[in-house]
Design a protein around this ligand. Structure first.
Ligand SMILES: Cc1ncc(COP(=O)(O)O)c(C=O)c1O
Length: 396
């Protein structure tokens, strides 16, 4: 037992320990792809590496069409537009702000639904209460890679005659009930941001089994240019293309993805073991319906009464130890600009989101984390809990 750093003890880590430190592929594999870029001088505009990446993604995600995009946010915007989302779209508030921003940016009104009680994902019953004649779409977010209640959400959507988009930014390589996530809705988007377990520096993709939708997205993401012909524009489009360098990183990462998944799984198991001994730090575990996980988020729901300290004070005490655990997601998007001004009373109908966002702490995992680090993090949490009263007096 040591004195917590926030009370004057030495920090547990010399170097800051961050959530989302990027995983890396084999350098040699990436360099081989870089050689191809240098040899071809093809840097962007649907080059050979983007084509190869697209084909490998379709195979990996088990979906008919996958369009690589410059990032997950633009993928959301393009997919929403192709699905004719307008007016109002229902989505959870407990998500990264890119999800509502992608709607608001296109002057579509995001309507925030609550998560289920004791769940991190949107509650279909809450979606139902928000449906109106203005509802033109539903977005489900697979938070931390854990699946939304896709069968209920899809049923609500088809009964209301609206389309469903799944934000699978966290869910690369996951399956539920034996179904790959990319097959769950009318379309799904993925993010390949550097902090994601699988990435392409920056990047994203839109996945769908709908050929016409895929073609529309392809046109939209490249200024509406028809095929390879640069003077024929058949559609209103923007620039959402992925570059060759991103595709190179994505291809190299695909070679390491199973190794990284396994590393994440081992880390998760170790966290599970040590957190079981810490009263009030409840690890959020994947539901039994998940048949494939990526284990990329290690998130605990803190019970203040049992742990002895609020989530925010715990995060502060961890920072003093050089452990930069994150409040992910906090606050709910309904409390962020511009939504808090647009919907000042939204929190009244989002009680579960309010509670969840006050409780979650995300801990570091991935390639750079090992057993020793995890056990030191756990020791810090125990010391913080044991000294909760003193810490509270100090920071209050
Ligand atoms: C749930 C969710 N949706 C969308 C995005 C946006 O993806 P990107 O950062 O690639 O634009 C993120 C990114 O972190 C996310 O977590």
């Amino acid at each position: 037992m040591k004195t917590p750093a926030i009370l004057g003890g030495e920090s547990a880590f010399r170097e800051p320990l961050h959530v989302g430190k990027p995983n890396l592929p084999e350098k040699k594999t990436l360099c081989n792809y870089l050689d191809r870029i240098f040899n071809s001088r093809w840097l962007t505009n649907n080059g050979p590496l983007v084509i190869e990446f697209r084909e490998k993604l379709e195979e990996f995600l088990q979906v008919k069409y996958c369009i690589p995009i410059c990032n997950g946010t633009i993928a959301l915007e393009l997919a929403e537009r192709a699905l004719c989302f307008e007016d109002e779209v229902i989505l959870p508030s407990f998500t990264f702000v890119a999800t509502p921003h992608s709607l608001q940016w296109q002057r579509i009104r995001p309507v925030f639904a609550d998560v289920g009680n004791d769940d991190v994902n949107v509650d279909p019953a809450s979606i139902k209460t928000l449906l109106s004649s203005r509802t033109k779409g539903i977005i489900g977010v697979h938070v931390y890679g854990y699946p939304c209640d896709y069968s209920k959400i899809n049923k609500i959507a088809s009964e209301s005659n609206v389309k469903v988009l799944y934000d699978a930014a966290h869910a690369f390589g996951c399956e539920v009930d034996g179904i790959p996530y990319a097959q769950l809705g009318d379309a799904s988007i993925f993010s390949f941001h550097a902090t994601k377990f699988f990435h392409s520096f920056e990047g994203g993709a839109i996945a769908t089994n709908d050929e016409a939708l895929a073609e529309e997205v392809r046109l939209m993401s490249n200024f509406g240019f028809a095929g390879g012909v640069l003077d024929q524009v058949d559609y209103l489009g923007i620039n959402g293309k992925m570059t060759e360098i991103s595709a190179a990183m994505g291809l190299a990462m695909l070679d390491s993805v199973e190794e990284i998944r396994e590393k994440n799984r081992q880390n998760f198991e170790l966290y599970k073991e040590v957190f079981a001994e810490i009263e009030g730090a409840n690890l959020i575990e994947p539901p039994s319906s998940m048949t494939k996980q990526n284990w990329q988020y290690v998130v605990a729901r803190m019970d203040e009464n049992r742990f002895g300290l609020s989530r925010d004070m715990t995060v502060q005490a961890l920072r003093a130890e050089n452990i930069f655990a994150r409040r992910y997601f906090y606050p709910g998007c309904h409390r962020m600009h511009p939504y808090r001004e647009l919907y000042p009373s939204a929190s009244n109908i989002l009680p579960n989101t309010e509670r969840l966002s006050e409780q979650v702490i995300s801990f570091p995992t991935g390639q750079v984390i090992n057993e020793e680090v995890i056990s030191r993090i756990a020791d810090c949490l125990c010391d913080i809990s044991d000294n909760a009263d003193q810490i509270r007096h100090k920071v209050e």
